[in-house]
Design a protein around this ligand. Structure first.
Ligand code: SAM
Ligand code: SF4
Length: 347
C-alpha cells in the first residue's frame, strides 16, 4: 500500500496501486479531460478573448508525453478520457493520437468534444481509431447567427460533421451554450434538431471564465429558464434517472409524453454539481487543473521533461488532487471565476 504525500491539509485516502483515487472530499477521480491544443479554427465570443496568446508549439505535450501521462492516470483509476481543445481536430495527426490513447490499458472509453468543422472528413477515421463518442457544439440553427457567435463558423459544415459522426457509429451529443438574446428563442428547436437525428442536445449555462471578461449577465440564462423554454415548445419535462449522468456533468430530462426525447443541462451556475465531480483536466501544455473554476494547477510536463519517473508524476498528481477545492465560486454577476480561459481548458 502506497500513501502519497500531498500539499494541503489532509492527504487523500488513496490505497495504491489498484485502489481508490479520491480527493479529500471523498470524490473518486475516474475521468480525465485532455486538451490537445490551445488553438481553434473558430473564435466563439463567450470562449476566447480576441487578444488571447497561443503557447509556442514546443510547450505542448508531445503524443508520447500525453500517452505516458494517461497511462499513469489509468494506473490510478481513470477509465474515461475526453479529448478537447481549443479544437482537438486541428491538432496534427489527431487520428493517430486517438489510436494511441484507445490502446492504453485500463482506459475503457475515449471520447471527444469538437466544434465539428472538420468532422465530415474525420469522423470515420476517428471511429476506426477507437473513438467512442463525440460532443459537437451548435449554439444556433441560424447560419448567420452561427457565423456571428463563432466569428466565422460554417453551420452547414458542422451539421454535415454531425451526420458523418452518426454514420460512423459514434455516440453523438450536441452542446449549446444558452444565452439570452442570442439563442433563447431556439432552445426548443435545438432539442428537436437532435431528436430528429436520435441524439440529445445539452444546454450549458454560461460560465464566467477569463476573469469575467467575456461574461455579460444580461445574457445569463438559468437551468430553470432553459427547461421552461423547452417546455413552452414541446410540453412538460420530467427528470430522467440520475444514473444517466454518471460520467459527466449533465443532468437529463425527457418529455413527460415521450421518454425517448431527452435533453441535458450542464447547470454549472444555478444547480451546480461540484459534490459529484469525478474529473480533472490536463491542458495542452501539461498543467493539471483539479477544478475548472480555480486557477490552481501543477505542471506535469515539467516533471516529465525534468527527468521524473512515474512515481514523481504520481506525487505531482497527488499534489493537484489533494488540493482540489470543494467547488467553484462562479457567481451569476460574473464574479468569482478564474483568470484562465475556457479555450485553454476545453470545457
Ligand atoms: N472546440 C470544442 C468545442 O467547441 O466543442 C471543444 C472546446 S470548447 C471550450 C468545449 C465546450 O465549452 C463547448 O461546448 C463550448 O460551447 C463550451 N464553452 C466555451 N466557453 C464557455 C463558457 N464561458 N461557459 C460555458 N461553456 C463554454
Ligand atoms: Fe473554439 Fe470551441 Fe472555444 Fe468555440 S467553444 S472558440 S470552437 S474552443
Amino acid at each position: 500500500m502506497l500513501r502519497l504525500p500531498v500539499l494541503g491539509s489532509s492527504p487523500p485516502p488513496w490505497d495504491l496501486p489498484g485502489g481508490r483515487f479520491e480527493d479529500r472530499f471523498g470524490r473518486r477521480i475516474s475521468y480525465l479531460r485532455v486538451s490537445l491544443t490551445d488553438r481553434c479554427n473558430y473564435r466563439c465570443t463567450y470562449c476566447m478573448p480576441e487578444d488571447v496568446e497561443f503557447k509556442p508549439r514546443a510547450e505542448l505535450l508531445t503524443f508520447e508525453e500525453i500517452v505516458r501521462l494517461i497511462t499513469v492516470f489509468a494506473g490510478l483509476g481513470v477509465r474515461r478520457v475526453r479529448l478537447t481543445g481549443g479544437e482537438p481536430t486541428v491538432r496534427k495527426d489527431v487520428v493517430q493520437l486517438v489510436g494511441m490513447v484507445a490502446a492504453v490499458e485500463g482506459i475503457d472509453s475515449v471520447v471527444m468534444t469538437s466544434n465539428g468543422h472538420l468532422l465530415a472528413d474525420l469522423a470515420a477515421p476517428l471511429a476506426a481509431a477507437g473513438l467512442k463518442g463525440i460532443n459537437v457544439s451548435i449554439d444556433t440553427l441560424d447560419a448567420d447567427r452561427f457565423a456571428t457567435v463563432t466569428r466565422n463558423g460554417d453551420l452547414a459544415r458542422v451539421v454535415a460533421g454531425v451526420d458523418a459522426a452518426r454514420a460512423a457509429g459514434l455516440t453523438v451529443k450536441l452542446n449549446a451554450v444558452a444565452l439570452r438574446g442570442i439563442n433563447d428563442h431556439e432552445l426548443g428547436a435545438l432539442a428537436a434538431f437532435g431528436w430528429e437525428r436520435g441524439i440529445v442536445t445539452r444546454y450549458i449555462e454560461h460560465m464566467p471564465m477569463s476573469g469575467g471578461e467575456l461574461y455579460d449577465d444580461s445574457h445569463e440564462l438559468s437551468a430553470a429558464e432553459i427547461r421552461a423554454a423547452v417546455e413552452a415548445d414541446h410540453g412538460p419535462l420530467a427528470a430522467s434517472d440520475p444514473a444517466r449522468a454518471h460520467h459527466g456533468p449533465s443532468r437529463y430530462w425527457h418529455l413527460a409524453a415521450d421518454p425517448r426525447r431527452e435533453i441535458g443541462i450542464i447547470s454549472a451556475m444555478t444547480e451546480h454539481f461540484c459534490d459529484a465531480c469525478n474529473r480533472v483536466r490536463l491542458t495542452a501544455t501539461g498543467e493539471l487543473h483539479a477544478c475548472l473554476g480555480h486557477d490552481d494547477a501543477v505542471n506535469l510536463r515539467d516533471v516529465l521533461r525534468g527527468g521524473g519517473n512515474d512515481e514523481d508524476v504520481i506525487h505531482a498528481i497527488a499534489a493537484a488532487v489533494g488540493a482540489k477545492r470543494a467547488g467553484h465560486e462562479f457567481q451569476r454577476t460574473g464574479a468569482g471565476g478564474p483568470m484562465k480561459h475556457m479555450i485553454s481548458m476545453g470545457g
